[in-house]
Write a protein that binds this ligand. Sequence first.
Ligand code: FMN
Length: 378
Amino acid sequence: MNPIESCAKLLDPVKVGDFTLDNRVVLAPMTRSKASEGRLANGLIADYYAQRASAGLIITEATSVSPQGNGWVGAPGIYNDEQAESWRQVVNSVHAKGGRIFLQLWHMGRASHSDFHDGALPVAPSAVRLNGDGVHTPNGKKDHEIPRALETGELAGVVADYVSAAERAREAGFDGVEIHSANGYLLDQFLQSRTNERDDNYGGSIENRFRLLREVVEGISTAIGASRVGVRLSPNGVYNDMGSDDYRKTFTYAAAELDKFDLAFLHVMDGLAFGFHEKGEPMTLQDFRAVYSGTLIGNCGYEQETAEAAVSSGAADLIAIGRPYLANPDLVERFRNNWPLAPLPEMDTWYAAGDSPAGYTEYPNYDPATAAAAEGQS
Ligand SMILES: Cc1cc2nc3c(=O)[nH]c(=O)nc-3n(C[C@H](O)[C@H](O)[C@H](O)COP(=O)(O)O)c2cc1C
């Protein structure tokens, strides 16, 4: 698309893969730590996503593709039948309200901890420790460990885990999946020179570092169809101790290669509101447009005005919004009617594990009558 020619609006419908979405607002994937024992989805999670079903597209919280990929207390999984079945109520509740929902597929790699793996070290491309302030384990906060480098012979199994997870997601009724290759998790660790020091076919050159993501994308596309597959990248991110000197070359190559798959979308965390590695000028959506011809989702720090500008200029086709969605389940309606937004909740509610709706599903929709009454009283 030529950016100059676009005059699309944020609340206009858009075609993504095989779907026509009602609008171009995407609920960004957000871990909320509300899964039940066994990393199962539940009714509370179903309510939360149903409340946000007016987003053009929902991308769920990151969801483990394998026990090895685990590393977050209260995060859900999709590696066994019981977990897949537990997601069905979530999908159904979103579909019942006319929404569309993709499941985000996750393997934490070195960002995990041995407490999640019966004492076995977390795995990564290379034995490079994450320099960070620790991991929240079931036994409290622990220091990061030096991960175990995956053997070349183990990687086909990792790819197979992603593919099975995608198949389970489809069986549960998800419209598609987003492959989480951002924020310093396993696929990002393979992609970036900062964390990949391998000397086999999965390390060294950019082409080799991209190989694992390529195989995951290929495998999942073959299994469920590329038009139901999106990929998330964070070229500018510092989260989980990321940022590589060759970030431009790496992500330009990755985007150009991903363009060949005819995916549903490429989701780029272009904004700096989730942290910036400061290795050079940030990569922009325009940088990605230059090499990627498909549907582009932008994210990080967008508000209505900036999201509208990104869509109308043609820089992005859709914009994903995270934190503003925490306390504004009806964000799209608020945008449409120019209603005010509820403020960002305290951070201690963002990831609070357990089965309480407080700080999770208790944020009301905006009601003009209630607001007018409150105004009158003040
Ligand atoms: C509470 C919370 C949980 C998040 N969990 C995930 C996640 O599971 N997967 C992911 O790719 N990004 C995750 N992110 C990053 C968001 O998707 C998004 O990129 C970030 O919040 C920046 O967008 P925003 O400025 O619109 O909030 C999370 C962010 C927050 C605030």
